[in-house]
Design a protein around this ligand. Sequence first.
Ligand SMILES: Cc1cc2nc3c(=O)[nH]c(=O)nc-3n(C[C@H](O)[C@H](O)[C@H](O)COP(=O)(O)OP(=O)(O)OC[C@H]3O[C@@H](n4cnc5c(N)ncnc54)[C@H](O)[C@@H]3O)c2cc1C
Ligand SMILES: Cc1cc2nc3c(=O)[nH]c(=O)nc-3n(C[C@H](O)[C@H](O)[C@H](O)COP(=O)(O)O)c2cc1C
Length: 603
Amino acid sequence: MDSLSLSGLRISDNHEDLPERSLLVLYGSETGTAQDAAERIGREALRYHFRTRVVAMDEYSIHTLVDETLVVFVCATTGNGVEPRNMTALWRALLRSDLPEDLFDHMYFAVFGLGDSGYDRFCWAGKKLHRRLLALGGKEIVERADADDQHYMGIDGTLDPWINQLFSALGELYPLPPGLHVLPPAAVCPPRASFLPTSANLDAELPHLTPSGTTPFRVERIDRITRADWFQDVRHVELSCSDDILYEPGDVAVLYPSNAPEDVEAFLKRMKWRSISDKMYQIQSIDSDRPLPSSIPRITTLRKLFSDHLDISAVPRRSFFEFLFKFAKDEHEKEKLEEFCSPEGQEDLYDYCNRPRRTILEVILEFRSVDIPLDYVVDVFPLIRPRQFSIASSIKANPKKIQLCIAVVRYRSKLKAPRKGLCTSWLTRLNAGDTISVGIEKGTMRLPGDSSVPVILVGPGTGVAPMRAFIQDRIHRGARANLLYFGCRSLEADCHYKDDWDAHIEKGELTCRIAASRDQVRITASKVYVQDLIREDSKTIWEWIVHKGAHFYISGSASKMPTAVRLAVEFVLRKEGGWSEDEAGMYVKNMETAGRWAEECWT
Ligand SMILES: Cc1cc2nc3c(=O)[nH]c(=O)nc-3n(C[C@H](O)[C@H](O)[C@H](O)COP(=O)(O)OP(=O)(O)OC[C@H]3O[C@@H](n4cnc5c(N)ncnc54)[C@H](O)[C@@H]3O)c2cc1C
Ligand SMILES: Cc1cc2nc3c(=O)[nH]c(=O)nc-3n(C[C@H](O)[C@H](O)[C@H](O)COP(=O)(O)O)c2cc1C
């Protein structure tokens, strides 16, 4: 019995006889989570016999939106309240002031917003989009969801109940014609791709395989900058380019990591694909309503596909288990997987997968009866996400070069093998002389054009990366009013770029305050962080911000640090200016609006 018949019914993609049941799912996604949610909604809609298109917002022709009658918008928020880049064009078009108020009065819509409540502007993009669609006459079919990464089940914690609400509302609006029934969850929708063996030559395809918008860079060095016996491995990375490159301080480098070769080998062996792993395949898109992601190469080998494009090291999402359930053959495994996909099984799934940070490869090695047809791999496995790193150098001080400051992610969970970050582990495998593809994007922080304006830079840990770029750029422009707050645990072990700071201080180019939390604890029995130094320096901070018009920047961990720093500045304003809590809070908000306060923080 093949896996399709085992899994029960197969969903047909022929909906020509039900023209009114046409659903468009548009997603705005920066790192793939919203895309995954959109695809899940799309698969669910197929069970309800909707003709379903799932399209990235920037791959959809905006002027046809007025013709749509049923649209689900799925959108994440990024960069401190900003919409994902693939949503920007659509969002700008919707903001046009000449749009009539009844533009969408024939459109039913729903918004599923994704975000992280650790950020001040939680689900901002989804909220703004929702408000705008209502203002343009759209009719909401189900209440907007604001899904939170911090939910213990992640986004799925909100998506599961929301999908139920959505399809129950749709059931009322679009009742199924007599004789047609909703298909059971085990039904398998058709794949988006077909894999055809080909005799094409991979070398001829190589130029098309580099990610679009990237430039080749040579790896010059990847040096460890934390003490050899220190628990955290932080690297100074230098990349060079033979062409002239342009970037601004505050810009971000985008790296495209690969899975570890030994993991790819173990995966191919488990899937029984070793004998075909180096054969060339043509990957054809077979469903124009659910196009293949543009980053999937159209001709490649399975080894390259699972090395460079499809992720086997991420912690799998719920949608992955839904596919495993459909393709499992062993009854016990099927039962377990069915439980993981049920509302009652969510605690168990969390304990099995999210809590210990089990990877896709580890899961697939455990559920050995799962047999995934080749044509489905693009549906089942997520894309490898590119990773962003703040550039730690100024092009003026380092022509044709990019420097980065990268903390290698490695930690333990209850599983025996240590957990390793995909991109940072890949970086540690690179050697001087290797060539990698690098993209450059605008970050959220920009220096003031006028060099005489002072800057206060708060960048603990690797958050110091963009601050180093700022300092190099400003010193090159002759600016001396640079005040850096750096935080680390120990001056001896993890004080990144201490020699740089000492040299700048010596020349009167920089004022630097370092909070070395573990060193301090030995002296005063309490830890000192950057926010404590800001409070201590209240007179200077007040003088620089209020009297000299300083710009203020924060970068690093998005956990508690940015809020703690903001509160410290508000404390200073209250203490030195005698202002109320509201006045201090409003002053910082106004700084933000005026472009004098910016944050670049990551989880
Ligand atoms: C705009 C921007 C700029 C950035 N700049 C920098 C920079 O300058 N330097 C830098 O080092 N990083 C920077 N980052 C973060 C960087 O992009 C990566 O997220 C980070 O390096 C991890 O990538 P990875 O692929 O190695 O880890 P992944 O495979 O993506 O794993 C990371 C995940 O592992 C989990 N995790 C990590 N540590 C633990 C732990 N101790 N316990 C439990 N779970 C854990 C978390 O869920 C985390 O999200 C930046 C991010 C953004 C968005
Ligand atoms: C650099 C960065 C900035 C973010 N900024 C916000 C934010 O301002 N507000 C928010 O609610 N979520 C924010 N998030 C969280 C994302 O919206 C959330 O992780 C979401 O699931 C990502 O979806 P995506 O993978 O489709 O981009 C941010 C995430 C990152 C990595």
